[in-house]
Design a protein around this ligand. Sequence first.
Ligand code: ATP
Length: 361
Amino acid sequence: MAVFKPENVEDFYEIGEVLGSGHFGQVRQVRERASGTIWAGKFLKIRKNACSRLGLERSSVEREVEILQAVQHPNIVTLKDVFESRSEVVLILELVNGGELFDFIAEKESLLESEAIEFLKQILEGLGFMHSKNIAHFDLKPENIMLSDKVSPNPNIKLIDFGLAHLFLPGEEYRSTSGTPQYIAPEVINNEPLGPATDMWSIGVITYILLSGLSPFQGDNDEETLRNILAMTYDFDAQHFSMTSSMAKDFIQKLLVKNPSERMTAEETLLHPWIKPLTRKQLANRNRSSINMKNFKKFNARRKWKMSYNMVWMCNRLVHLKLLCKGKSEPDPLERQCESDVEDTESKPASLLRRRLSSSS
Ligand code: ATP
């Protein structure tokens, strides 16, 4: 069981600039006062009482911490320390300074499949390690695949955000409807039992996007995206996949399989000839094929725009709701008890509808 230190985090760390934000708080650069070392502090708001809707339940933070402690691997972010106050838990994490992999790639003029594979291999190694410990990530997407630093020409992959990850107990059946529509597997939508294979579907989607700049199931709205996933309506259209090797397509096809038990495992992907060529011809094919950079750059620019739009939308809604609540003269006793909890009941962009509701049976 992880120790949540009751001391004030600011006695030990100087809090610096914001590195990123999530649904339940911010990640900020922090400087350890004793050593001067820079870390990342993930500040998570905790629910104040049972009627609160804002913030995370302490138990889900405990789960994230327990999982981070169990997955110590070069391609997974490291947890150093945990502090707790009345309303907040702060995770002190290794600083992952290289930004997102997709942004790093989008800055390049061109990228061979063999170069993209070097990154993919590290993602699969990190994931394979987690899966060997009976842990699944359940939120694999470009935002959670980062690079160790900005200075080295070949930075290391670091997987982040274990907020939806799950440690499977022997014989346990686990269901969850959380995730991001573009990347979720059919079994998530169908509320069927999940497992490490659920992550492998997301790897199939991420690889498809990386090679073509197209998202295989993306519809005009989330409902259509989910329908496309269930109908398995994807193909490798000639225009976008003209530079892609047939081995790469075979790799994706073995991941975007509806039945989770028939998908390649992380261990099997590392032995697929696209990742580990057995012949000279296979090796040469990877060096002749490249990613569709023009389209990839477009995909990434759209993705970043959507992320900023969602963030601005979420902030505006919060400010608006807080003002509405302040405008009321006589809060009823329940509202008083719930203090600053405001709940948005209007419809939100679906990317904000990521629920942390899950069930385990
Ligand atoms: P979400 O609501 O998307 O699940 P979250 O609240 O769980 O988010 P994270 O995804 O872990 O939070 O972090 C939010 C952002 O902060 C990331 O997208 C990333 O930009 C940045 N970040 C997270 N961890 C680190 C780290 N160790 N080093 C540097 N930046 C980080």
